[in-house]
Ligand binder design. Sequence first.
Ligand code: CMC
Length: 422
Amino acid sequence: MDKAKIIIHNKEYELPLVKGTEGEIAIDISTLRDTTGCITLDVGYQNTGSCLSAITFIDGEKGILRYRGYPIEELAEKTSFTETAYLLIYGNLPTPEEKKAFSQRLTENSMIHEEMVRFFDGFPLTAHPMAILSTMVNALSVYYPQYFPAEFDIETFDLMAARLISKIRTIAAYSYKHSIGEPFIYPRPDLKYCANFLYMMFHSPVKPYEIDPDIEKTMNILLILHADHEQNCSTSTVRLVGSSMVNLYSSICAGICALWGPLHGGANQEVIHMLEEIHNGKLSVRECIERAKNKDNRFRLFGFGHRVYKSYDPRARILKAQCDILSRKLNIKDPLIEIALELEERTLNDEYFIERKLYPNVDFYSGILYRMIGIPTNMYPVMFAIGRLPGWIAQWKEMHDTKPFKIGRPRQIYIGPVERHL
Ligand code: CMC
C-alpha cells in the first residue's frame, strides 16, 4: 500500500497508511515522535483516530450509520433494543438460544441491592437524575467489587454487562419515583426491557399503568438509535478512563458524566427548553435563529450540527417520522412539533446553516417523543445514557481485547514560561 510522505525541515519521512474496510484512510503517526521529534496537534480531536474499531461505521457526508455492518434503519425497524445491545457487545445478532440466555441474565439482574435503594433517601428531591445515575452506577463497584479487568474472565464480563444494562433502567425509574415522592416499583420478570422500564416509571399502586405497544415500540427505536456512535465525547471518555484498567462500572460512570453536557447528550433537554420558550412567546423562531448565529453569545441552536454528520443525521430522520406516527396513533397535538418543523425549515434555507452544513441531529426530535411518552424533561439525558450503554460496554470490551493494550495518554505543546528561577 502507498505510504504518506512528510517533509520536516527539508528531510523526508515515510509514514504507513492504514485502510479501513469501508475505504477510510489514516496516516499512522505512532512512530512520528521517535523518528522526527514532532508530535501532531489537533485540538478537540477533530481529525484524530484514537483506535481501530469494528463496532460502528458512520459516513458523515452521506448520512450513513451502521452497527456491525447493519444499517440503523433496518435495526430500528426489525430488532429490539436488547437484540441490538447484544449485537454491539458480542458482534452478531443473538441466536434464539443466545437471546434467551441474555434475557434471562437481564431479568435476574434487574433489581438493585436493597442497601443501595436506601441511597435514594440521601438525594434531594430536586437532584438532577444524571447526577443520581452517575453516582449509583459508580456505586455498583462497591457492591460488585471486581476492580481490575485483568482479574476477570468472559463470564464475569457477561455478568457485569448484564448488571449494568438491566440495573440502569431500574436506577433511572427509581430516581423519577424518588423525585415525585412515590414508592419504588420493582421490575417484573414477565416484561420485556422497554415495557419493564415504562412500568417501573409510571405504574403506581393506586393508578395501574397500561403498556401501550406503540409507546413500547417507540422506546425501542429511541434506545436503538442511541446505542452507539463510535468515538464521540462520552465513548472516548469511557475508553480513556477504562484504559487505566479501572473497572467497567467506573468507566461507564465517567461516560455518563461526559454525556450530560448540553453540547452532547444534554442537548435533547435544551431543545425542549428552546421550543418551550418559543411556544411561551419569550422568543420568536426568527429571534432564536438570529441568537444562534450571533457569535457574541454562547447560545447554539440545540439539536443542530454535528462533528461527523455534514448532512441530515439518519437518526433524526427516523425520529422525525416516528413523531408523526406516534402523535397520530396517540392522537396528541403537541404545539412543539409545529415549532420544531418551522425551525427546521427556516434553518435549512438559511445561508449560515447551509454554509456550515448544520442539519438536525438525533437530539432535535427525540425530546418531542420523550414528551409524548410522558418522560420528564430532566430525564432526557438519562434516556440517552440508557440507550448508549451497550455501545460504551462494547467499546470498553473492544479496547480490552486489543493487543497491545495501551493506556490513553495524549501529548501537548507547552506554551508556558520557559525555565525561570526564584
Ligand atoms: N447553532 C449555531 N451555530 C452552530 C451550531 C449550532 N447548533 N453548531 C455549529 N455551529 C457553528 C459554529 O459556531 C461554527 O461556526 P464558525 O465556523 O462561524 O465558528 C461552525 O458551525 C462549526 O461548528 P463547530 O462548533 O466547530 O463544530 P463542532 O464539530 O466542534 O461541534 C457540536 C459539534 C455538536 C458540538 C455543535 O454543532 C453544537 O454545539 N450543536 C448544538 C448542540 C447539540 O445539538 N449537540 C448534540 C449533538 S448530537 C448528539 C451527540 O452525539 O452528542
